[in-house]
Ligand binder design. Structure first.
Ligand code: NAD
Ligand code: MG
Length: 393
């Protein structure tokens, strides 16, 4: 077994922490080449002391200088880079075998794409990269021989439920449709009238998963599932009509694939991101992840219900953006990022999130995307439109 050299983008986040927890269990299999963080520099310093990476990446030159000084004082020779160029450098570095792309939001696009262009094994948690730039990203993977392994638990479950080495045309593999499961989030049973008064603290308190603040709000609006429908469409090359969402509050079935002969294959497990992370790290082998075995007697029952598109309009907006195609998914993503940040800052209410996104989709409109430049332009226009609407609130 050869040692795999890793870059972990977003090492101080929820996915970054779970990744390092799995890596810690297998010192014989993995070596950390680079760790990156945007804030929480003391945490990044501690991780550098523990994992002794060749490189670390901070957000600014000042942060980088301070971190390098602190590490030097401890006799640690980690080179500290900064900014987007630093992220791209450690994602594409020739010594690196695999890159965990776990930065949150559009900020993770360029470095994840750099890993794909450099032909790495790309462990993709940053779903926003695929939502924004799906065709560009998938072309970079194919043209450079990168191996794309989904970390999002639903997409990892589908990957595991497809034949190994599945084709880009799932008709050839006998797939009729895929079903993404959704926990329903903290407001699954909250009446429509009560949704407007929801607070940020209530929205980030997810019943089943422990995650960063942005994806927690996305789970509460069901935009997370909407982004995942778009992510699945690009990853598995399926149109919107062949991707369905099933609300499953226990979060034990992580998603399902339905075949033409009536077979439905699923992946089950406790809701803990270390399972998909360990799967992707070791693929095609299997390693211990630290996750407790699934106790079906304790789970006892599995429930399923249809999503309520009236109480959760964000899911419908994501389907709309996917059907419109072109730049609409990038516009949806940017408007959502602005709306979620404004909600977390107390500047807009919970029910204003879908209204704002719908208005920005209408205002910016769709057009074809041919390059990363078109994606960046869509992102810029949508942020400008969304910020204007937040200011006018
Ligand atoms: P998080 O907020 O906990 O961590 C985000 C990480 O990105 C941190 O290390 C932070 O320092 C870094 N970061 C933030 N802004 C940055 C910027 N502008 N430039 C560079 N680095 C920046 O988020 P998370 O919950 O770990 O989610 C990370 C990604 O994984 C998201 O795309 C999310 O949708 C996806 N994901 C997360 C989970 C989960 O369980 N947390 C599950 C599925 C998918
Ligand atoms: Mg998910």
């Amino acid at each position: 077994m050869s040692v795999q050299t890793l870059t972990i983008l977003g090492a101080t986040g929820s996915i970054g922490g779970s990744t390092l927890d799995v890596v810690r269990r297998h010192p014989d299999r993995y070596r950390v080449f680079a760790l990156t963080a945007f804030q929480r520099m003391a945490e990044l310093a501690d991780l550098c002391r523990e994992f002794r990476p060749d490189c670390a990446v901070a957000a600014t030159a000042e942060q980088a200088a301070a971190l390098a000084g602190a590490l030097r004082a401890d006799g640690i020779a980690t080179e500290v880079l900064w900014g987007e160029q630093g992220l791209i450098q450690v994602a594409a570095h020739e010594q690196v075998d695999a890159v965990m792309a776990a930065i949150v939001g559009a900020a993770g696009l360029e470095s994840a794409l750099a890993a794909a262009r450099a032909g790495k094994r790309v462990l993709l948690a940053n779903k926003e990269a695929l939502v924004m730039a799906g065709p560009v990203f998938m072309a970079a993977v194919r043209e450079n021989g990168a191996v794309l392994l989904p970390i999002d638990s639903e997409h990892n479950a589908i990957f595991q439920s497809l034949p190994r080495g599945f084709s880009r045309n799932l008709d050839d593999d006998g797939v009729r449709r895929i079903l993404l499961t959704a926990s329903g989030g903290p407001f699954r049973t909250t009446p429509a009238e009560a949704m407007a008064a929801v607070t940020p603290a209530q929205a980030v308190a997810h019943p089943k998963w422990s995650m960063g603040p942005k994806i927690s709000v996305d789970s509460a609006t069901l935009m997370n599932k909407g982004l995942e429908v778009i992510e699945a469409s690009f990853l598995f090359n399926l149109p919107a009509e062949r991707i369905d969402v099933v609300v499953h509050p226990q979060s034990i079935i992580h998603s399902l694939v339905e075949y033409v002969d009536g077979s439905v294959l699923a992946q089950l497990g406790n809701p803990d991101m270390r399972t998909p992370i360990a799967h992707a790290l070791a693929y095609p082998e299997r390693i211990d992840s630290g996750v407790a075995p699934l106790d079906l007697f304790q789970v006892a029952r599995l429930d399923f219900e249809a999503p309520d598109l009236e109480r959760f309009p964000c899911l419908g907006l994501a389907y709309r953006a996917l059907r419109e195609g072109g730049r609409s998914p990038a516009v949806l993503n940017a408007a959502n990022e602005v709306a979620v940040a404004a909600f977390l800052d107390g500047r807009i209410g919970f029910a204003a999130i879908p209204r704002l996104i719908a208005a920005v989709l209408d205002e910016v409109g769709t057009s074809a995307v041919h390059s990363l430049g078109d994606v960046r332009e869509a992102d810029r226009l949508a942020r400008q439109a969304a910020l204007g609407r937040v200011a006018g609130h």
